[in-house]
Design a protein around this ligand. Structure first.
Ligand SMILES: [Zn+2]
Length: 163
């Protein structure tokens, strides 16, 4: 989502309210794919005399990932407050700062980093999830996402040797 800051730039010190939704790409975190619903975002922004834009507000969403104990689908409410300054004509590719050009402030990077920052360390399908029955080793399913990147190569080499 983006903010049109032309009004704010013409009126430094004046606060402008905004709200909207921001889609967020799936995140891979310690081997699990975390899917994040569209974030509801609301807040205020304000320009200063130098053309920097202060943006503060709050995001809310729900994130989905496999339960840390039993690998069933689990979800967690995510919310986070943000308060950042976007520099006019700063380096947009610099991950250390927020920057904008022209009259539009893009919030994609801000919302994504604040949503990811607020993700739980472990997803649980329910607070007292018992996990697998470890007494029966057959009950433990293979870990999804386990890949053997060289397995295919090994096979290729073996086949060649036979030729
Ligand atoms: Zn579970």
């Amino acid at each position: 989502m983006k903010l049109d800051v032309s009004e704010a730039l013409a009126h430094p010190g004046q606060e402008y309210r905004f709200s909207g939704t921001q889609a967020i790409a799936d995140q891979e975190i310690t081997g699990d794919i975390v899917r994040i619903d569209d974030c509801a975002v609301e807040g205020e922004f304000m320009a200063d005399e130098e053309g920097q834009i202060a943006v503060r507000g709050r995001l809310r969403t729900v994130a989905h990932a496999p339960c840390a104990n039993c690998l069933q689908d689990a979800s967690a409410e995510v919310e986070n407050d943000f308060d950042e300054v976007f520099q006019r004509n700063g380096d947009m590719e610099d991950d250390e700062i927020f920057a904008y050009e022209g009259h539009e402030v893009l919030l994609d990077k801000l919302v994504m980093s604040y949503a990811v920052m607020a993700l739980p360390i472990r997803f649980l399908c329910r607070e007292d999830c018992p996990g697998f029955e470890y007494r029966d080793p057959d009950a433990i399913p293979a870990e999804p996402g386990t890949q053997y990147p060289f397995a295919g190569l090994r096979q290729l080499l073996d086949n060649n040797e036979e030729v």
